[in-house]
Write a protein that binds this ligand. Structure first.
Ligand code: FES
Length: 331
């Protein structure tokens, strides 16, 4: 049984064949790479030989080659497969780096961290499995200056600090309390078209809703702009995970649905012009964040308790011996 957690760590298009990408997921520094056959891998971003980062290295037929002395590590097992200039009587030592299971779905690269056997997860269990884009997609990545747990909380308490829909004003009106739905807290807020006033006095009469779906475990967040019939106008999936020093890594994809009934002319024009129907904040206004009252996020069982712990070296997940390798020394 796998007890680890799948995280969205990058967009598929960020990792072309033969490329390496440094990423941080759940506090783990990773070297993601894709071989010439198109398969993606994730290794701990630290060579077991002299501890330098592997992510500036090169993709070779045997795996990822360290930029310092050229040792190569297999992407699936993490084991060292090649050392340049070995003498005939020398063997490759049992060196290995931690390797993490990788899966791709809906244009996202997912990595499994945490204790477990490293079995492949069914696609339905991957975060964002329900995301189905149609038409033009708008994508991006960022590292934002707010801790992961706070980011999730703020997506419930102060969505407008993290996300916007051009032409739409997100109001302060919550449609009741967050409701639990399959391991996610779902909260609706009233919203109005910009320039149409602040909205009605009664929340149920708002012409638009912003629905946020925030996980209790993991980091896949869905935000949607809905019309009065609760039909989606815009869908955004954001993969979030803890980066280093109190920051959060984000990777997102989103799109505008075909439906635009009731949308103002300007909003439809924006869409026809190919302008993004949403913006994920990359520079977060700390002063605005400080003013947001913690309210719906209390439902997350206590913000501090819900902060996903930084997992120590993950080795069992990939069935490799990375942790042991870190304690060994090699010439
Ligand atoms: S530091 Fe990586 S091969 Fe020496």
């Amino acid at each position: 049984m796998t007890t680890g957690q799948w995280w969205i760590v990058a967009l598929s298009e960020q990792l072309a064949p033969g490329k390496v990408l440094a990423a941080v997921c759940n506090g783990q520094q990773l070297a993601l790479f894709r071989n010439s056959e198109g398969e993606a891998f994730a290794l701990e971003d630290r060579c077991p030989h002299r501890r330098v980062p592997l992510s500036p290295g090169q993709v070779r037929p045997g795996g990822l080659q360290c930029p310092y002395h050229g040792w190569t590590f297999d992407g699936a097992s993490g084991r060292c497969t090649d050392i340049p200039n070995l003498r005939r009587d020398e063997k490759i030592p049992p060196a290995a780096v931690a390797a993490y299971p990788v899966a791709e779905l809906n244009g996202f690269i997912h990595v499994l961290t945490g204790e477990g056997e490293g079995e492949a997860a069914p696609a339905a269990a991957l975060p964002g499995a329900a995301y189905r884009a149609s038409g033009r997609e708008y994508t991006g990545t960022a590292v934002v200056g707010i801790g992961f747990g706070h980011y999730l909380d703020l997506m419930l308490d102060g969505t407008q600090c993290l996300l916007s829909f051009p032409g739409v004003v997100i109001t302060d009106f919550f449609m009741g309390d967050p409701r639990l739905d399959g391991g996610y807290l779902v909260l609706d807020r009233g919203a109005v078209w910009a320039g149409k006033g602040v909205g009605p006095a009664f929340v149920r009469d708002h012409p638009l809703l912003v629905r946020t779906r925030v996980p209790l475990a993991g980091g896949d967040i869905t935000a949607e702009l809905l019309d009065a019939d609760e039909q989606p106008l815009v869908t955004v999936l954001i993969g979030a995970s803890a980066n280093l020093r109190g920051t959060t890594s984000l990777a997102w994809r989103g799109f505008a649905h075909e439906r635009a009934a009731g949308a103002p002319f300007g909003w439809r024009l924006r869409r026809l012009a190919g302008r993004a129907p949403f913006t994920v904040a990359q520079a977060i206004d700390a002063r605005a964040v400080a003013l947001v009252e913690a309210a719906p996020s209390r439902e997350r069982g206590g913000a501090a308790a819900r902060t996903i712990p930084i997992t120590p070296a993950i080795t069992a997940a990939a069935g490799c011996n990375g942790a042991r390798a870190q304690q060994e020394t090699f010439p």
